[in-house]
Write a protein that binds this ligand. Structure first.
Ligand SMILES: Nc1ncnc2c1ncn2[C@@H]1O[C@H](COP(=O)(O)OP(=O)(O)O)[C@@H](O)[C@H]1O
Ligand SMILES: [Mg+2]
Length: 350
């Protein structure tokens, strides 16, 4: 219970006496809420057929349209370029895509919590402090690359004090493959000097039996939070396994993609609304046709890539090391780092 209060304390601490800023925040918030009520169907020239195509491409709201160019929107939605241009202009004006002052922006950034991976190198790759709330971090890589180990480490680390790289919260672990290991969690917790039983108690685990169940569990997370559980990270291991198994036929690819898009969209909404980090894993198959380099095409391909704020490709490196490569980050350079998986979980050295 006392844990619940700590994140709030932190917010108070970081902005001690600027309560006069609050009135400024309210109007922009209202504008945002108003724009969220507007739907794709409110855009001129965008009919049901275009909406279907947009949704299949992972675009569900005005923001998705506002950030496109006329050509891109035209191709995606099957619209002429002139119509697309008008729709974009409308989306932009409806959304009030203007400026927010630097203070407002900084305040929003202040709310963010970071969760250490356990490796300084890895944290640096992600911008310095690990994975962050209000974002999706996706790890993709082949079997045994360390995706689950990172998930278990994050489930422990999220509970650490803020000064130790944690978020002083609880973790949710949605296990689709049956690879959650309580004993491993205890081992990692012990190595961090935390009480293993307490750490395990603060991880809420659910086994998802199929993709529908997996989707449903996200609503449950919302309920948990509304009931006062201070959840700071939601781990979905794996994001794609059920989807891949259930929609395996060639003709089902579009359906799978659409369902996955929608799910990711809801995950992103959850991450923003509740200020929590989302970590998802995605196993890639070795592609025998690929002779050189690494097969870096993840299931869900492009679309998973767009929704995730951070995409990391993990592979085994030399001498028992692992290599993490950051791909397509909006604000960080594509880069690599070396880390290890030991009895301590994810860390810097063996
Ligand atoms: N207690 C441990 N000590 C050292 N390495 C471990 C330990 N537990 C797991 N590992 C390493 O993690 C690997 C499994 O990684 P995992 O995260 O399950 O892969 P995946 O990417 O398929 O989820 C094992 O092959 C082993 O190398
Ligand atoms: Mg795994």
């Amino acid at each position: 219970m006392p844990k619940e209060e700590k994140p709030k304390e932190k917010t108070k601490k970081t902005k001690p006496s600027d309560s006069e800023e609050k009135p400024k925040k309210t109007p922009s918030k209202k504008k945002k809420e108003k724009s969220e009520e507007m739907k794709l169907s409110d855009l001129p020239g965008v009919g049901p057929a275009a909406i279907e195509k947009l949704e299949a491409a992972g675009i569900f709201d005005l923001m998705g349209v506002a950030v496109l160019g006329p050509k891109e929107l035209g191709e995606t939605a099957g619209l002429g370029e002139a119509v697309a241009r008008k729709a974009i202009q409308a989306a932009r004006s409806m959304m009030d895509l203007g400026f927010q002052d630097g203070l407002e922006f900084a305040e929003k950034r202040e709310e963010i919590f970071y969760i250490t991976t356990g490796s300084k190198e890895f944290d640096t790759l992600l911008g310095g402090r690990g994975i962050e709330t209000k974002a999706i971090t996706e790890a993709f890589g082949s079997f045994g690359s360390g995706k689950t180990q990172l998930g278990l480490s994050l489930a422990v680390n999220a509970q650490l004090p803020i000064e130790n790289g944690g978020a002083e919260g609880k973790s949710v672990y949605i296990d689709t493959e049956g690879t959650f290991r309580p004993d491993r969690v205890k081992q990692i917790a012990e190595a961090k000097g935390a009480n293993p039983e307490n750490v395990l108690k603060n991880i809420l685990v659910a086994r998802a039996f199929n993709s529908d169940h997996q989707i449903l569990l996200i609503d449950k997370v919302g309920e948990l939070i509304k009931n006062g559980e201070p959840i700071r990270v939601v781990i979905i291991d794996s994001l794609t396994a059920h989807f891949r198994a259930e929609f395996s036929g060639r003709g089902q690819l579009a359906d799978r993609q659409q369902k996955l898009n929608k799910y990711l969209h809801n995950l992103m909404k959850m991450a923003e609304q509740f200020n929590l980090a989302v970590y998802v894993t995605n196993q890639v198959m070795a592609n025998p046709a690929m002779m050189f380099g690494d097969p870096t095409t993840a299931i869900g391909g492009h679309i998973v890539g767009h929704a995730s704020t951070f995409r990391i490709y993990i592979r085994r490196g030399k001498k028992g090391s692992r290599v993490a490569k950051l791909i397509d980050s909006p604000n960080l350079p594509d880069n690599e780092c070396v880390f290890y998986v030991t009895d301590k979980g994810v860390c810097d050295d063996e």
